[in-house]
Each structure stands twice: as C-alpha cells, then as structure tokens.
Design a binder for this molecule. Structure first.
Ligand SMILES: C[S@@+](CC[C@H](N)C(=O)[O-])C[C@H]1O[C@@H](n2cnc3c(N)ncnc32)[C@H](O)[C@@H]1O
Length: 159
C-alpha cells in the first residue's frame, strides 16, 4: 500500500518534523508513506475574495499536478464528513480489499482547498469543526493513519 500526504508549504517546526518522522517510521512495516510538499503561494496579509481564490487556485494546480489518476483521494476539509478512527480504519481496509492501494490525503494551505481539488477528491474528511493549522494537521493525520493500521492489526495501541 502507498500512503501519500500532499501538503502546502515547507514544514518548519522541528517538533512537527520529529513527530511525523516517528509515525512514518512506525508505518513503514504497513505501507510506503511519503509526504509531498508543494510551494505555498506568497500573498500579502489582506486579500480580496478574488485574490484569495487565485491563491487557492494556484496552490490547487500544484497539488493536482502531484495526484495520479489511479489514486484514491481524501481531501481534508472542515466541512467534509467526520469519521471515527475505527471507521477510517474500516474504510482503508475496504479500499485495500477492492484493490485501491494508492491512498492520497490532501491538506490545504492557510486559505483552504480550491474547488478543483475538492472535485477531484473521492471523499472529503473532516476532523471536526475546529480549524487546525495546516502544518499541525500533517502530524495529526499521520497519527490517525498509523492508528488505522494498528486498529486493522488488532493492536492494543488503539484502546
Ligand atoms: C488553516 S486550514 C484552512 C482554513 C480555511 N478557512 C478552510 O475552511 O479550509 C488549512 C487546511 O487544514 C485542513 N484542516 C484544518 N482543520 C481541519 C479540520 N477540522 N478537518 C479537516 N481538515 C482540516 C484543511 O485541509 C484546510 O484546507
């Protein structure tokens, strides 16, 4: 199985890099795990709606250039559908059984995801109504994907 997370911008914080490296190492016995970073669009603090859409569109084009046709795509979106950890684990297991072995998770930039990215997604996944910083989201998501593998392996990690 190949798990890919596509994120916008370069991860700067050491504690986030360390956390992701830890889950990446733990996941290596279940899947090939990679994180792809696409450049964020430089933008001033104050943006008009049109400028915001332009930023999201440019970032969206960069994101979509990294997505292959065969990949099953989860877009992370606050307004997406919430799941429990067990439900995500079951979803990953079902996808594997039906032959979808390339799972891609997309996290938007600071303004969110362009409509084109949401349209390409096979499903939208929400971690609740809180807005999480996109870089922290990479770590939270990495842990939840690892947790899904542990649930499917019936490991006591998930209680
Ligand atoms: C700072 S948030 C963007 C906020 C933007 N106003 C929006 O509504 O998308 C950056 C990215 O992190 C992810 N994200 C943040 N909080 C999330 C949540 N509760 N559930 C799912 N994804 C979330 C999404 O991919 C989002 O595009």
């Amino acid at each position: 199985m190949n798990i890919k997370i596509i994120g916008v911008g370069k991860l700067k914080e050491k504690y986030l890099k360390d956390g992701i490296a830890e889950y990446s190492k733990r996941m290596s016995k279940f899947a090939k795990f990679e994180i792809i970073e696409v450049p964020d669009e430089r933008a001033p603090e104050q943006l008009s709606t049109a400028q915001m859409q332009q930023v999201m569109q440019k970032e969206g084009e960069r994101i979509l250039s990294k997505v292959k046709d065969r990949e099953y795509v989860f877009a992370l979106a606050i307004k997406g559908a919430e799941r429990s950890s067990e439900e995500l684990a079951a979803e990953i297991s079902e996808l594997t059984i039906r032959g979808d072995s390339d799972l891609t998770f997309i996290i938007g930039g600071s303004l969110g995801l362009a409509p084109e990215v949401l349209s390409r997604a096979d499903t939208q996944i929400s971690f609740g109504r809180f807005t999480l910083p996109h870089q922290l989201m990479r770590l939270v998501l990495s842990e939840q994907i690892y947790r899904a593998f542990m649930i499917n392996a019936h490991s006591p990690y998930h209680k």
